[in-house]
Structures are given as C-alpha cells and as structure tokens.
Write a protein that binds this ligand. Structure first.
Ligand code: CDP
Length: 219
C-alpha cells in the first residue's frame, strides 16, 4: 500500500456491488469506508418525514435545518442526522427507494452533500486511516475528481435486480438508474480514467483481489 494517504472512488449503478466491494477493501487496507448512497437516503428520509416531496417548494430551507454530522464505527463513517445514525430499516424502505433518485437530482441536496462528502477526507486522516474509500455515482467525476484510484462497477440489469430481490428489498433499480443517468447535476457516469469492472461475471472475492492488486501496485 502506498505510504501516503489514498483516496479510492468506487462508482456504479444500483446493486452493482459497490458496498460489498468497498467494505472488504476498507477492511483489508485500513481505509475509511463512506457509502454516499446512504447520505442521499438519510436526507430523503428526513425530508419525507417533514411531509415534503421532491416537487415541494422550500426544500432548500428545509435542508438548512437538517443538521448532519459523522459517526465513525470501525472502518465505516456514517452520516448522522440531528446527532443520530438513521436506522437502516428507515433509509432502505420501499418509500425511500422510490423517492431517493428524485431528491438526489435536486441541486440544493447535492450541494449540501458535496461539501459534507469532501470533508470526509479530513475525518479519515484525523482517525489515522491509510486512506478513504468512497462509493456512489459521482465520486470519481465530481466529489474527488483527483482521486488516486477510480473504479466503475457494472453488471447486467437482470443480475442486479436478482441481487436486490435476494436481499428481500422492493426496489426498481432500472428506474433509479434511468433518473440518475439523466439528471443535469452530477449524473451517473463512468468517470474519465476510471477502470470498468464487471461484477456480473466475476465473484466478489475476485473483484476485491483485482482492485486490491492495483492499490498495492503503487507501494
Ligand atoms: O445501494 P444502491 O446502489 O442501490 O443505491 P445507493 O448507493 O444507496 O444510492 C441511492 C440513490 O442515491 C441513488 O439511486 C442515487 O439517486 C443517489 N446517489 C447519488 O445521486 N449520488 C451518489 N454519489 C450516491 C447515491
């Protein structure tokens, strides 16, 4: 592993294997893992709870009153809302799955999270991690365009739908991907210079070993 602090960007569509891959890499290489999808989910849940929809007026004002912070638990940094880590069952509910891409397309939502996400590098350094591994849709393109490593995970849509169903979750991933790809601000793209990894045809351990080798190669 490189001596200096590294930033690893993992992007990809819904259920492309970003979380499992990032979690294992974080453990193996002492990286702080940040799942930015959970940030969009947490804000979506908070705004839905206030009775807002993505079409509502006053989203920017409502956002200003949502106080976000960070709780580091092992290798993972989680977003807090009003000093509490949101429940997984709340942020991964069918309601949030259906609304999250619509809220994530709103520039005020993205700009609040962009500065928050960039600040995670400092959190990782302060906690003594060897680097930061951040997963999402716009990490290598917008959040950390100068990341030391950029990977774009993909798998055919049928395989991804099967994964989500196996987790027992109700989620229309094709619809979310379509909204995420077509939005104006920070759309889902394969970042320039990113290495594409097909997680549909190779298993998790092979994906992790492949990326791990790249990280180690710059020792
Ligand atoms: O787990 P899965 O890959 O299905 O989704 P997620 O990573 O939890 O992300 C949920 C949603 O948040 C995505 O469908 C996007 O609308 C949004 N998102 C985003 O816009 N930008 C990111 N960097 C991460 C997530």
């Amino acid at each position: 592993m490189k001596k200096h602090f590294i930033v690893v960007a993992i992007d990809g569509g819904a259920a492309s294997g970003k979380s499992s891959t990032s979690r294992l890499l974080a453990e193996r290489y002492r990286l702080m893992h940040v799942d930015t999808g959970s940030h969009y989910r947490a804000l979506t849940f908070a705004l839905l709870k206030q009775g807002l929809t993505a079409e509502s007026e006053g989203i920017a004002d409502a956002l200003a009153s949502v106080d976000i912070g960070t709780s580091v638990d092992g290798n993972r940094a989680r977003i807090t809302v009003a000093s509490r880590v949101p429940e997984e069952s709340d942020i991964r509910s069918a309601e949030v799955n259906a609304a999250v891409s619509l809220f994530a397309a709103i520039p005020a939502v993205r700009s609040k999270l962009l500065s928050y996400q960039r600040s995670q590098e400092q959190v990782a350094r302060a906690h003594g991690f060897s680097g930061l591994i951040m997963e999402g849709r716009d990490i290598g393109s917008v959040v950390f365009p100068n990341a030391d490593f950029r990977f774009f995970l993909e798998a055919d849509p049928e395989k991804r739908a099967q994964r989500r169903a196996a987790e027992g979750l109700q989620d229309s991933i094709a619809q979310r991907d379509a909204i995420d790809r077509s939005r104006k601000t920070a759309p889902l793209v394969c970042p320039t210079g990113a290495e594409r990894v097909d997680t549909g045809t190779i298993d998790l351990e092979t994906v992790v070993a492949f990326i791990g080798k790249k990280l180690e190669a710059v020792k």
